[in-house]
Design a protein around this ligand. Structure first.
Ligand code: PSV
Ligand code: MN
Length: 429
């Protein structure tokens, strides 16, 4: 079946919203002009923004209690690509897909062919040594890259190298490594030796990395290990990236910190030492909730982008962190959640681009705390939605992607070809 959204549908959708957009856009243009900001430049900038879609995000997630399957869920990686194609087609902000191996194992040339027919390319590869796989010789119950047993470590190294090989065939240029290794009881592991084993194993993966590739080390404070975790914080992640070498840097998943941690400060620190590799965006209330980006604390997302835009201004175009969404959609249609999340991240990027940095630097130098804080708030409070709508329309996307998606009837159409997946297994993301 043809899973593309018909261009006429998008055109019709946009036509119906054109006059409202024109009015909103010129009102914002006038407002920004008073602040000496060129709206056209910002619209162009919005058009350059891109965030990758995780292949696992288009399936309905779950908790360790239950998973409630959605209608017309993707059956395999090719269905997932179709769904990612819809997200990109309507938002124009998500041109790449990040695969997780072995969940997405398939013939690379078939994957490439389908992706390019949908206007998609492949982002970072993700290895999985936090689950046992079929026909696997050694169990990861007590760890993978840091396991006490050498053969188990070698198996985990081999898996990561295989991910690089698949990625090479797909045109990917990065490997993200996140492991669940750790311990559940004090005394269970020797924490120093475990970290040494991890470093040595990851070094073996690093040497297999092509020169043009990057390796992202992703930390996470807890879960599945609940007493200690090998790569538990940005400090450990920084140590690993530094030990490995210049092709390695740190990946910050917004949900992988203790509650209330100042993530934007971590961003600033890692960038200062050239080790900020990328992000997994999501939002949370309590822990690694994997909620939709910007759904709980949009100001925090803005503050992260405030740092990123500031670093970009100082470092120039060489500063290109990898952006990806990493969320679990348990009660919404994943396509709708991913589209609105991509837009929320893009919104934070544009709002942060509005910060009057010269004024801010002056207030900081003068210790004018109130005005410094107001300068950020002024940018955050600006409703940049007309810029995002205009940018999407200019690029052939939909002015309101969720509405256009609903109008298209895509989910009902694919549901006939995709029978329901059993609700008994728990979802993992
Ligand atoms: C771990 O919680 C994580 O954030 C890592 O990025 C994984 O690869 C992903 O979720 C999917 O399980
Ligand atoms: Mn993640």
């Amino acid at each position: 079946m043809n899973t593309r959204i018909a261009p006429e549908l998008v055109e019709q959708h946009n036509r119906a919203r054109q006059s409202e957009l024109d009015a909103d856009y010129s009102a914002l243009a006038a407002h920004l002009q008073r602040r000496h900001v060129d709206i056209e430049a910002l619209t162009q900038r919005a058009g350059q923004f891109a965030v990758a879609i995780p292949s696992w995000g288009v399936g309905t997630g779950g908790t360790r209690f239950a998973r409630f399957p959605g209608v017309g869920e993707p059956r395999h990686v090719f269905d997932k690509l179709d769904d990612c194609g819809v997200i990109q087609h309507l938002t124009r902000a998500t041109p790449t897909v990040s695969l997780h191996i072995p969940w997405d194992d398939a013939d690379p040339s078939a994957l490439r062919e389908q992706a390019s027919s949908l206007g998609l390319a492949f982002d970072a590869m993700n290895s999985n040594t936090f689950q046992n796989q079929e026909h696997q010789a050694y169990s990861y119950k007590f760890g993978s890259l840091s396991h006490t047993d050498q053969a188990t470590r070698e198996q985990a190294i081999e898996h990561n190298i295989r991910c690089i090989e698949i990625g090479k065939a797909l045109g990917s240029e990065a490997l993200t490594v996140w492991v669940g290794d750790g311990s559940n009881f004090p005394g269970q592991v020797h924490m120093g030796q475990q970290f040494d084993r991890y470093l040595e194993a990851l070094q073996a993966v690093y040497v297999a990395l092509p020169d043009s590739w990057q390796l992202f080390t992703e930390h996470k404070m807890y879960e599945p290990a609940f007493y200690s975790t090998v790569v538990q914080d940005w400090g450990s992640s920084y140590l690993i990236a530094s030990e490995l070498g210049p092709k390695a840097s740190c990946l910050v998943d917004l949900g992988h910190h203790a509650p209330n941690v100042n993530i934007e400060m971590i961003v600033s620190r890692l960038a200062r030492f050239g080790k900020l590799g990328g992000f997994h965006f999501n939002d949370s209330k309590y822990g690694d909730d994997d909620l939709d980006s910007g759904s709980i604390d949009p100001y925090r997302l803005f503050l992260v982008f405030n740092e990123l835009v500031d670093i970009e201004k100082r470092q120039g175009s060489s500063f290109k962190p990898a952006y990806m969404l990493d969320q679990s959609h348990n009660v919404t249609d994943p396509i709708e959640s991913l589209m609105s999340s991509a837009i929320e991240v893009q919104r934070a990027f544009i709002q942060a681009s509005l910060v009057d940095r010269e004024a801010l630097a002056g207030y900081q130098a003068d210790n004018d705390v109130m005005m410094a804080s107001q300068t950020l708030k002024q940018a955050f409070r600006t409703d940049v939605d007309p810029i995002l709508r205009q940018s999407r329309k200019q690029q052939g996307g939909a002015i309101d992607p969720v509405a256009a998606y609903r109008e298209s009837g895509y989910r009902q159409a694919v549901s006939t070809a995709r029978p329901a997946i059993s609700g008994s297994s728990s979802g993992i993301v």
